[in-house]
Design a protein around this ligand. Sequence first.
Ligand SMILES: [Zn+2]
Length: 345
Amino acid sequence: MTTALITHPRFVQHELPGHPESPERMRAVWRSLEQAGVKDRMKRMTALPADDEAILRAHSPGYLEFLQRASRDHAQQIVMLDQDTWLAPGSLEVARLAAGACLQAVDVVLAGDADNALVVARPPGHHACPTAAMGFCLLGNVAMAALHACAAYGLERVLVADLDVHHGNGSQDILYRDERVRFLSIHQSPLYPGTGAAEETGAGPGKGYTANIPLRAGHGDATYRALFASLLTPLARRWQPQLILVSLGFDAHHADPLANMRLTLAGYDWMVKQLLDLAQELCDGRIIFALEGGYQLEVLAHGMGNLAHRFLGESAFSDPFYNSDLRTRCDSQLVIDRICQIHGV
Ligand SMILES: [Zn+2]
């Protein structure tokens, strides 16, 4: 089993001082992978930039021109694109590398040069909309990768599972009408960005291929386990993906400062194992995990270390944040029943 590990030293060169989506996130993950001693057992690759063609599958020409012009006109200063999304000198090149890392993951896995892949990149991508930057995201990394798999390799069924605590509104918008890419998101609601209602299920040829699972604050491992059993696994089996892409955020962890869910690292490890098993069952193990959010640096670092061990089939799990008093909400069944009804599972 070969796992590709794709990253780039420039992922620390996109910074707004004091912002939680900081270069320290990358450094923390790199350090953790180093300490875990996993890197030598992975196929290490340096990201290449996404070209215009790949960007334009997901974003409008006007938006790409806007990014290019803003990068040119403000080559010495930081520009705010929305309240919390910025373009610093060099940011567009870094964003192209982050998206390119996901495209490369598709290439290496579909060419059979790796069985699966782990993308350690920033800025994240799942809030980037077709025509605008949003929520720390400039380019739709994972959505672009899904469309690349369809356009360049003729895939007809790709699953994007978004486990970041925030709804992946940008990925959803990019993929909403596409019958080839199925999008499933589990997220806290109400919370930024405010989208992702259970009734949002796709449109046109993509009708029925978007599944949103909004949860109130306070849900944890038990709810996610129930959701995997009742919704994610049955929908994945129905959709029969040829490739699975995972937008992974560690911000649903109980210690994350930007949200209020109660997942533990054991919960994350369990979900990763389930997804790896599902990929084995449905698509010869072809699965790619790409990092989205996660703002408690030690949780992020530990979670990614656990993930790497899990990819390599090693049992080296650890959770220094374990808290036996962690109570989670028990009203999940109502939500699950309602969404099962919407999707007929
Ligand atoms: Zn997030």
